[in-house]
Design a protein around this ligand. Structure first.
Ligand code: PEP
Ligand code: MG
Length: 951
């Protein structure tokens, strides 16, 4: 997210005009590496479309969509202009914020600014500001931040028709929706107040974020009073007052009973937002109109400014409410208030006008909003999923992301866009709708059964049969049935039921169960596709580059690798497990491309460059030819490397590096040996434990490991003991939902909670090894006690099994293990550095978070220092060090790892020949010089630039 620091503000500037201000800002952004040359033209072009004056003396120039490719790194720079600069329409800007944003990060900044701008005297305060701190303080909107945030109604916190016969049961249902903790639960159950007309209130202090749940029921009595609905509030401060005021409106209008009888949470949510006085068929008063915003980025500054201009032409007082936001009204003639509504594509606005020309004002506003307020609009998203508008990308556009798997892919895109379903909310014939739903459910079940029959993949078969199980769950059918009886159409009833079941599931404190929410939505969509006669996207049967919001490890496992030329995701990070899988399959991949990639048209020709991190869309013939030449060269290099794959990796000055293979499955051992791997440097043993309904027993594990030893034929096997938790849960080992799973109970920490599981694994490994070379290492060791626990268990088992050739090591992937390497080196036989996690924990950057992809670079000098410390400590004790993280396969990193003294690297089998070839190009002496320089560098970028010097 964009944010401003004091470094980004220059005070007391004097510049002649708007153009000079924009040029100065663009130049500054360019100097700081945020944009490439030419961005100033884009900013001026945006200005020509609409002035970026926000209000209160503040302007926010930023580039047009077309110049986004010039943005290298999002950033913001501010110039304070106490004399003011004319920003058009007679407005003077005293503070100008120049924004470089590759996607729509600036919208959040605008929202925050909008809050600050609600201060009436802000322009004057900004003009008179004396320091950079003053500016930051003013922009933070201090006055508002001291108040509790306004709490809004949320559909997912509403549930209608709950079967309950006591107030306590209703409170329990509300607590479940709120995901209340024990303290909140107790306080909510101890509080009950009858507001009237069967509406009850339970209120408790919130332990975390404030939340408000609404549950309605068919009716019973409590203490002689009717119970029809309960509002449960977990709140602090007074941010919930607007909610109480809206509910009070209904009770004062004597319509509490009608409100409690609303058919479903959508109806209840809309009714509360519209208020009790909305007559007419569409539920609106004469002076109200409802309109859906269909701009790609919602109501941001530019369309917002146009809306304000229209509103200002009328005398009528115009109020605007975002029915999908927090439900409060704002003045339709204030740009900052409008932006503060946080209107996203598909959100509904309720416009209310009062005054002599109210009708004309509404008419004109609705027409203008429907026409996009000067922008292109996308179709209305009336279905359960968001629609991505296909953009007409200019030919020859290069989009930038983060390379996650090297290589070039050329081919048509297949953009896996979430499907949009169109359907009426209500129907007159409940019986007919019920039959429709029943038929659709039966059809979906038949389809699932056929798919399970057709697949040869056991994991896929398990998932499909679990989906059949879910589909037949009577609770879903009953929930949908109740909605049909209340007049909902079959798709509306089915989707509302799916939506609330998935929401409840996602709130489960058990991480594994919470993950089932995705499966519920999956079967939900399958049935919706039948009901709405809208086919779900079919993957092409000719080779393609797959573009998706995110691709999970299971998608990669299940995809047809023959057809997928490359992978591109809007989110994700380079060391997320799906990226690792892509690398292991040798498929070029890009991650963290941003949402814009989802707007690309399927079938468009593109070039994916996994090394440069770019996607070139609709390239010119010249660019295409260049890419084909590069691809041919890559193939040639790969072929040469393949030819020499069985030779050792020796530098030009005679130093040998061992190259092993990383395996996530023993079935790939033969492929690893075939690629020239000198052993398995990392066996991720999780695979033995995954895809099962219970933990594998000793014999099953032993058989798996034995397969690898047999194929390795005397080469060493480095097995990492079970590393689950974090982003890798196990179905039969429920791990409580954690706020920070990567900092939670994972790896060795989890094994310490079930020692018998680790003991069985050690026994299976040692027994399978016999007299063959086995290296065992433990993941996520952060503390001496963990290592001692693991080592003592190992010694106990080894005393019984007596395997002949075993070493015991530590995975260095937590900074504390590297910092204490001297201590560990006295006791362990070897270290293997897990650079994926080591980078994540050193830089506090989630390895799966695309936003942080550039930061989480294993070539950061801080990570290199930890590697150097580890190697030094190990070598002082005569122990060896490997690198099994993804850094080992990075051609730029390899000379540095050599120079730092690493003895072995382990990479995905497909990369083994290339890594060996790269080592043969290097001289150890030069690598050592390079490493010394890199350790003194200030950041990863500088280190990468240094590596270019060693060729
Ligand atoms: C690592 O963290 O670098 C590593 C090899 O382990 P994993 O990627 O399986 O967490
Ligand atoms: Mg790891």
């Amino acid at each position: 997210m964009l944010s401003l620091t004091t470094q980004d503000v220059k005070m007391g500037q004097t510049l002649a005009d708007k153009q000079a201000v924009i040029s100065a800002l663009a130049e500054w952004l360019e100097q700081d590496g945020n944009v490439a040359a030419g961005y100033a033209d884009g900013m001026l072009a945006r200005e020509a479309q609409t002035a970026t004056y926000l209000g209160q003396g503040i302007a926010i120039p930023h580039g047009t969509q077309e110049c986004r490719h010039l943005v290298k790194q999002t950033g913001i720079k501010a110039l304070h202009l106490p004399d003011g600069v004319d920003w058009g329409d007679g407005e003077k800007a005293y503070l100008v914020l120049g924004i470089a944003a590759g996607s729509d990060e600036h919208l959040e900044l605008l929202r925050r600014l909008a809050r600050a701008l609600s201060r009436d005297d802000l322009a004057e305060q900004v003009r008179r500001a004396e320091s950079r701190q003053d500016i930051l303080r003013l922009l933070q909107g201090e006055e508002e931040s001291s108040q509790a945030p306004v709490l809004g109604w949320r559909r997912e916190w509403m549930r209608t028709g709950v079967e309950a016969t006591s107030l306590a049961a209703l409170q329990r249902a509300a607590c479940e929706l709120l995901n209340a903790d024990d303290t909140e639960r107790q306080a909510l159950q101890a509080s009950s107040l009858h507001l009237g007309q069967g509406w009850w209130l339970s209120q408790a202090p919130a332990s975390g974020e404030p939340r408000a749940a609404l549950v309605t029921t068919t009716g019973f009595e409590h203490s002689g009073q009717p119970v029809r609905a309960l509002l449960a509030l977990a709140v602090n401060g007074n941010g919930h007052r607007p909610l109480l005021a809206q509910l009070a409106d209904w009770l004062l209008a004597d319509k509490g009973q009608a409100l409690a009888a609303m058919a479903d949470s959508t109806a209840l949510h809309t009714a509360l937002a519209r208020g009790p006085h909305a007559p007419g068929e569409d539920g609106l008063a004469d002076n109200q109109r409802l309109v859906v915003v269909r701009n790609h980025q919602g109501l941001h500054a530019r369309p917002g400014a146009m809306m304000v201009q229209i509103a200002k032409q009328f005398e009528a007082d115009i109020r605007v409410r975002n029915l999908d936001g927090d439900g409060h009204d704002v003045n339709g003639k204030s740009l900052m208030k409008l932006i503060g509504l946080g209107v996203r594509p598909g959100h509904q606005l309720l416009l209310t006008a009062e005054g002599p020309d109210a009708a004309a004002a509404l008419e004109q506003l609705v027409t203008a909003i429907n026409e996009g307020l000067g922008e292109d609009v996308m179709p209305v998203a009336a279905g359960p999923t968001l629609v991505h508008q296909v953009q007409d990308i200019a030919p020859d556009t290069e989009m930038r992301g983060v390379g996650a798997s090297p290589g070039t892919a050329i081919g048509p895109l297949f953009v896996e866009v979430p499907v949009h379903f169109d359907y009426p909310d209500t129907a007159c014939d409940a019986g007919a709708e019920q039959r429709r739903l029943k038929a659709a459910l039966a059809q979906a079940d038949t389809d699932l059964a056929a798919a399970a029959e057709a697949t040869h993949e056991p994991q896929a078969r398990d998932i499909l049969s679990m989906h059949r199980e879910l589909l037949g769950d009577p609770a879903l059918a009953e929930g949908a049935q109740a909605r049909l009886q209340r007049g909902a159409s079959a798709p509306a009833a089915w989707w509302s039921e799916i939506d609330s079941a998935a929401t409840r599931q996602a709130a489960s404190p058990n991480a594994m169960l919470a993950e089932r929410a995705a499966d519920i939505r999956d079967i939900g969509r399958r049935v919706m596709a039948i009901l709405c006669d809208t086919p779900l996207p079919q993957t092409p049967n000719a080779p393609y580059i797959w573009v998706a919001e995110d691709i999970g490890p299971s998608d990669v496992v299940n995809m047809n690798a023959e057809l997928v030329l490359g992978l591109v995701t809007a989110g994700g990070g380079p060391s997320s497990h799906s990226a690792i899988l892509a690398r292991s399959l040798g498929i070029p991949a890009l991650v963290a491309m941003g949402g814009a990639v989802m707007g690309l048209k399927s079938g468009t020709q593109a070039i994916l460059n996994g090394d440069a991190g770019t996607l070139h869309v609709a390239p010119t013939n010249r660019v295409l030819e260049q890419a084909k030449a590069r691809q041919a060269q890559e193939r040639q290099l790969a072929e040469q490397a393949w030819e020499h794959r069985n030779q050792a990796a020796v530098t030009t000055d005679g130093h040998r590096l061992e190259v092993g293979a990383n395996l996530g499955d023993t079935a790939k051992t033969a492929a690893a040996v075939e690629s020239g791997a000198e052993g398995v440097g990392l066996l991720r043993t999780e695979f033995v434990f995954m895809g099962r309904s219970q933990a594998p027993d000793l014999a099953q594990q032993q058989a798996e490991y034995d397969k690898a030893f047999t194929v390795l034929n005397g080469r060493p096997l480095v097995a990492r003991t079970l590393d689950v938790g974090g982003d890798k849960p196990l179905p039969y080992w429920p791990v409580p939902k954690e706020d920070n799973p990567f900092l939670g109970v994972r790896g060795i920490r989890l094994c310490m909670q079930q020692p018998e599981l680790l003991e069985t694994q050690l026994r299976a490994l040692l027994t399978a090894a016999g007299d063959r070379p086995l290296r065992i290492m433990f993941p996520m060791v952060a503390d001496w006690s963990e290592w001692r626990f693991a080592k003592e268990m190992f010694e106990r088992v080894q005393a019984e099994v007596q395997a002949a050739d075993v070493q015991l090591g530590i995975m260095v992937e937590v900074p504390s293990a590297a910092l204490n390497a001297q201590l560990f080196a006295q006791d362990a036989d070897f270290f293997s550095i897990g650079t994926n996690d080591l980078t994540q924990y050193t830089l506090a950057a989630d390895r799966g978070n695309g936003e942080l992809a550039a930061l989480s670079d294993g070539l950061h000098p801080a990570v290199l220092r930890l590697i150097a410390m580890t190697v030094e400590a190990a070598h002082a004790q005569g122990k060896w060090v490997g690198v099994c993280g993804e850094l080992g396969a990075d051609p730029q990193a390899l000379p540095l790892l050599l120079g730092l003294g690493v003895d072995e690297v382990s990479v995905s089998p497909g990369r083994v020949p290339l890594v060996k070839a790269r080592v043969r190009e290097c001289s150890l002496a030069r690598c050592k010089d390079l490493a010394a320089k890199a350790l003194r560098a200030r950041d990863a970028q500088t280190v990468r630039a240094l590596t270019g010097e060693i060729q």
